[in-house]
Design a protein around this ligand. Structure first.
Ligand code: CTP
Ligand code: MG
Length: 243
């Protein structure tokens, strides 16, 4: 029984707009990717980590994660792909044959706690093939018709509302997501065969496309994703919390 974590860190961080890719951006003096890897290692249930890096920065990433004494499990760095899905697939290709559970986690969620990692792995080991952390949605969510039908009224874009999903059954989904390894392999093989424009925004989506069951466990605010400067500021709140 071996658990591998794929830590996706190959994105460019366009929306954050820094001069280094997002995973290298520091929070409280430490790169996001290191914060994330420390917590995966501290969970005690992850045996090894594969980090996906921007292809020109594989060596730089190895220096950053290889030199951190708090990352107490073996870390291997591979070049990611053009999309997140391709990056995860590149990581999965490096997965040890012995790994029977695979976690997929975003370096952009550096403060997902070791406790969350343990709860996701426990739910997979309890027999759930695909497990995602999720939080109840606090806003009322409206679906709107696709962008081309949006019109401008007095200089303001107006979008016709098509429906209001029942908020009580919605969850905002985070990472780490945990999978039975054979199921994730199958989901990615099927996903790779589809139109690249239809690439999934998370791995559980690929499992759902197979018609297989995905389950949600309670997520946490600390696992917020850093997309903008505002998120970076908020994430700083969690930097001092115990791993
Ligand atoms: N990611 C990846 N490979 C890609 C794109 C994204 O490994 N080709 C990773 C990112 O490094 C990040 C996670 O997927 O940890 C979630 O992606 P996102 O938050 O969108 O990060 P970026 O793509 O880097 O940011 P942006 O979309 O603003 O450019
Ligand atoms: Mg992105």
């Amino acid at each position: 029984m071996t658990t591998l974590a794929i830590l996706t860190a190959a994105g460019s961080g366009t929306r954050l707009g820094r001069d280094v890719p997002k995973a290298f951006v520091e929070v409280a003096g430490t790169p996001m990717v290191v914060h994330a890897a420390r917590r995966l290692a501290a969970s005690g249930v992850v045996d090894a980590i594969v980090v996906t890096a921007p292809h020109r920065l594989v060596a730089a990433m190895s220096d950053v994660v290889g030199g951190d004494t708090q990352i107490t499990v073996p870390v291997h760095v591979v070049a990611g792909g053009a999309t997140r899905q391709e990056s995860v697939a590149a990581g999965l290709a490096q997965a040890d044959d012995g790994a029977d559970v695979v976690l997929v986690h975003d370096a952009a969620r550096p403060f997902a706690s070791a406790d969350l990692v343990r709860r996701v792995v426990a739910a997979v080991r309890a027999g759930n093939g695909a497990v995602v952390p999720g939080l109840p949605v606090v806003d009322t969510v409206k679906a709107v018709s696709a962008a081309p039908s949006a019109t401008r009224t007095s200089g303001t874009v107006v979008e016709p509302v098509t429906s209001t999903p029942d908020r009580s059954v919605l969850r905002a989904v985070q990472t780490p997501q945990g999978f039975d390894r054979a199921l994730l392999d199958r989901a990615h093989a099927a996903g790779a065969a589809r139109d690249p424009d239809a690439h999934a925004t998370d791995d559980a989506g690929l499992v759902e496309a197979l018609g297989e069951q995905v389950v949600v466990v309670l997520g946490e605010e600390a696992a917020l994703k850093i997309t903008t400067e505002r998120d970076l500021y908020l994430a700083g709140l969690y930097a001092e919390a115990p791993l």
